[in-house]
Design a protein. Structure first.
Length: 164
């Protein structure tokens, strides 16, 4: 009978030690993840500050000058690719919120702002004009002000910018 008691006591001690070790490693793991998050936040803050310095015409030396030029080139390429995507789809992006709308829309269907400031895709002279966007089917929302048919998901009229 004592052997059984000793065996059970040994198992209990082993489980307690394992549980304690697991708890300790879990706490350490959580602390590590937290500190790694703090490090990433500091990197982001540092990067943002460097970007602000360059945006206002400052300089931090040759290495950062080169990296900032690379960053500007990547941003320009991203903007160009977005414009190409918009041209291929027959759409354009709202300058206020970035939502995609039909190329002929005068107002953003998401935020209601004017699309006049939206960047138009710059296309070479030999590039064919993209196909116009398909007209919205009559099952959409009809504007009470101007009567334009809008997509069911639109919050604002594409023609007059009024709330639907």
């Amino acid at each position: 009978m004592d052997d059984w008691k000793n065996t059970i006591a040994d198992i209990t001690r082993s489980i307690t030690k394992t549980s304690g070790d697991l708890l300790k490693t879990t706490k350490l793991s959580m602390a590590l993840v937290s500190e790694e998050g703090n490090l990433k936040a500091l990197y982001m803050e540092l990067g943002k500050k460097v970007h602000e310095i360059y945006a206002y015409g400052g300089s931090l030396g040759k290495f950062f000058d080169e990296k900032y030029k690379e960053l500007q080139a990547v941003e320009a390429k991203i903007e160009d690719l977005r414009a190409q995507m918009d041209a291929a789809k027959g759409t354009r992006s709202c300058p206020a919120c970035g939502h995609t709308a039909a190329r002929l829309a005068e107002f953003c269907p998401k935020c209601g702002k004017s699309m006049d400031g939206a960047a138009q895709a710059q296309k070479p002279d030999n590039t064919p004009e993209p196909m116009p966007a398909q007209p919205v089917m009559p099952m959409g929302k009809k504007c009470n002000v101007c009567g334009t048919e809008n997509d069911p998901a639109d919050k604002f009229c594409l023609s007059c910018g009024r709330m639907l």
